[in-house]
Design a protein around this ligand. Structure first.
Ligand SMILES: *[C@@H]1O[C@H](CO)[C@@H](O)[C@H](O)[C@H]1NC(C)=O
Ligand SMILES: *[C@@H]1O[C@H](CO)[C@@H](O)[C@H](O)[C@H]1NC(C)=O
Length: 597
């Protein structure tokens, strides 16, 4: 028996290495190739708007309930010094998508307006920029962006879509082109009040005073001012008022609408079950992409104002409308995690969770209700470069590949996702440009204990605001400010008079020498160092200055995407659903059978 069995085996081997050999090798090769393909993870990005690092339970909040974010942290790595490349939406997201400081792509403003306010403006992420979605798509990934974009729409006409997500590497887009503004919700007030005051009320006041004086002093007759001057002024005032009314009336439909790819599906958008709809879209995308590697960027409208939440969440949290909307966002994350579990994709998926910048501390309603989140122990918030504005939650989960339950204190940036996922997808990095992000995997997998970011530069719009130095052989985190925003009222924690802090002119205080902190000892930035308190004061300042000089030499002059001409509303770029005539109202959402609305 044994000998015949042995002979059989020998025959078998012979025939395999003979006739069957090539086929066997081919099968082996295909199997290996498939294996290699399979090792590339899906990527799910969960990006929240304006969420503070003091909000999630796993970052120390005991009263806001975020069980699903906490689960991610338990099952993955929690970054405690994760830094947004900018404290404002548009530049931060530009940096996130491209792995580069926003100043390199022209997505950093020189004026007070640091973000896009209109869907019909001509600025946006230039098509010469490479997003990580573009790289992954090229590697065969199926890619989708669900939710907020805020990186522009058109350049020259209504249908070039030069800045649209589909022109930046996404196969599928469902969401809003700009951002969730207060103006999007009826009765919520306007973010344009200040602008209106300047553009409308001041001219109106001047005209009013002029008219009154002309009338009262009887100047028309006395100084022979012609009557037409009077009527012209009256006419001008009327036009300004009418424009204001039209603008107010149209603000919602013009800026707040939902699109599926290039089509408008709801204008103005409705808040009814909006998070449910976005979640449903995200899960549907996962379901139809499960066979190939995919990239899903789920970019929440939460927790930016106007705050909203569906019936199941309204009034349920301990923190008013802000807490409700945070808890709804957390619920949505839970739905995505469940879907991945059900499809057995959890181990094949890298999840990244973060916020585009710190909480907006000035968001307090006229009734005194907090509509902005918590930045925990950190100073400042959205729109400034104190830690509260840029230190954001950052969690990465990939079961089996990233050790669960880690906490990483090294400085990391939201620009790091770009090179990280490029490498995992097998894509080389672009060689014709500077990539500022660094691969996170060595830190996450414990093969390196040090962040690759020795220096990080903190911009306030296009102005270099501060620089951070983590010496390769020390534990200090030096941070020097070249200027700081003037908080208003003085002694408060934000710029309440202007609602956001600005980056230049009389809104800031310059510091010579730069204001220096050691963040590793003074994370709340309370005690600026001096030569008396820090013997290395001069040496540190000098190293920082040299780093800034080196950095500045790497900057090229590029077109400014946030110039006045590029942020203004351009009527010929205004998207309006085609069937609605001039009213810009339509709703095809309710025709979608799968969604509870
Ligand atoms: C938890 O979050 C809420 C809402 O942002 C905030 O009011 C509260 O202060 C936070 N708690 C802590 C300990 O940060
Ligand atoms: C929202 O969805 C729920 C079910 O999840 C449904 O009962 C409700 O009617 C929907 N609300 C609206 C306004 O469509």
């Amino acid at each position: 028996m044994r000998s015949s069995g042995g002979r059989l085996l020998k025959d078998c081997r012979k025939s395999l290495s003979g006739r069957m050999g090539p086929l066997f090798l081919l099968l082996l090769f295909l199997h290996e190739a498939w294996g290699a393909m399979e090792s590339r993870p899906n990527v799910v990005v969960l990006l929240v708007d304006d969420l503070g690092i003091g909000d999630p339970g796993c970052y120390g909040n005991a009263t806001l309930r975020t069980p699903n974010i906490d689960r991610l942290a338990r099952e993955g790595a929690k970054l405690t010094q994760h830094l947004a490349a900018s404290p404002l939406c548009t530049p931060s997201r530009a940096a996130f998508m491209t792995g580069r400081y926003p100043i390199r792509s022209g997505m950093a403003s020189y004026s007070r307006i640091g973000v896009f306010l209109f869907s019909a403006c001509s600025g946006g992420l230039p098509s010469t920029e490479i997003t990580f979605a573009k790289l992954l798509k090229k590697q065969g990934y199926s890619t989708a962006l669900i939710g907020k974009w805020h990186l522009g729409m058109n350049c020259n006409n209504k249908s070039d879509f030069c800045h649209h997500p589909l022109s930046h590497g996404f196969d599928y887009f469902y969401g809003i082109p700009v951002t969730n503004l207060r103006d999007c919700k009826p009765g919520e007030g306007s973010v344009f009040i200040l602008g209106c005051r300047l553009l409308v009320f001041i001219p109106l006041q001047i005209i009013g005073v002029a008219l009154l004086t002309l009338e009262m002093c009887n100047c028309l007759r006395l100084f022979r001012v012609p009557h037409w001057v009077f009527f012209c002024l009256l006419f001008l005032a009327a036009i300004i008022l009418v424009l204001l009314a039209v603008f107010h009336h149209y603000m919602r439909p013009l800026n707040c609408f939902l699109m599926r790819n290039h089509e408008i599906t709801q204008q103005p958008m409705s808040y009814d079950n909006l998070t449910q709809r976005l979640t449903h879209e995200a899960i549907q995308f996962i379901q139809r992409s499960a066979e190939m590697p995919f990239l899903l960027v789920l970019s929440y409208l939460h927790v930016h104002t106007a705050l909203f939440s569906s019936k199941d969440f309204a009034g349920k949290s301990q923190h008013g409308a802000y807490g409700d909307s945070t808890e709804e966002m957390d619920w949505s994350i839970g739905q995505v995690l469940n879907a991945l579990d059900e499809m057995r994709l959890a181990n094949k998926t890298l999840i990244y969770f973060s916020s585009d910048q710190g909480a907006h501390v000035e968001e307090v309603t006229s009734k005194g209700e907090m509509h902005g989140g918590s930045n925990g122990i950190y100073k400042g918030g959205k729109a400034n470069n104190w830690e509260g504005g840029i230190r954001v939650p950052g969690i990465l989960r990939w079961p089996g590949m990233i050790q669960a339950g880690q906490e990483i204190d090294e400085p990391t940036s939201n620009m790091d996702l770009f090179p990280t996922v490029a490498k995992l997808a097998g894509s080389p990095l672009p060689e014709d440009r500077i990539i500022d992000g660094r691969d996170l995997m060595p830190l996450l997998q414990g093969t390196s204990q040090r962040s690759d970011h020795e220096f990080l530069f903190h911009y306030c719009n296009s102005y270099l605001n501060a620089v951070r130095w983590h010496p390769q052989n020390g534990t200090s985190i030096w941070k020097a400010f070249f200027f700081t925003p003037k908080f208003n009222p003085e002694g408060s924690n934000g710029c309440f008079a202007t609602h956001v802090c600005f980056c230049h002119g009389h809104y800031i205080t310059h510091h010579h020498p730069p204001l220096l902190f050691d963040i590793s000892k003074d994370p709340s930035e309370k005690n600026p160092l001096t030569l008396e308190t820090e013997p290395r004061f001069h040496e540190v300042q000098q190293v920082l200055q040299e780093a800034v000089d080196r950095h500045k030499r790497t900057l090229a002059v590029v077109p400014n995407q946030l110039s006045l001409g590029n942020v203004l509303w351009k009527p010929w770029l205004q998207l309006c659903c085609p069937t609605s005539g001039l009213s810009c109202h339509c709703d095809t959402e309710s025709q979608d059978p799968g969604v509870n609305r």
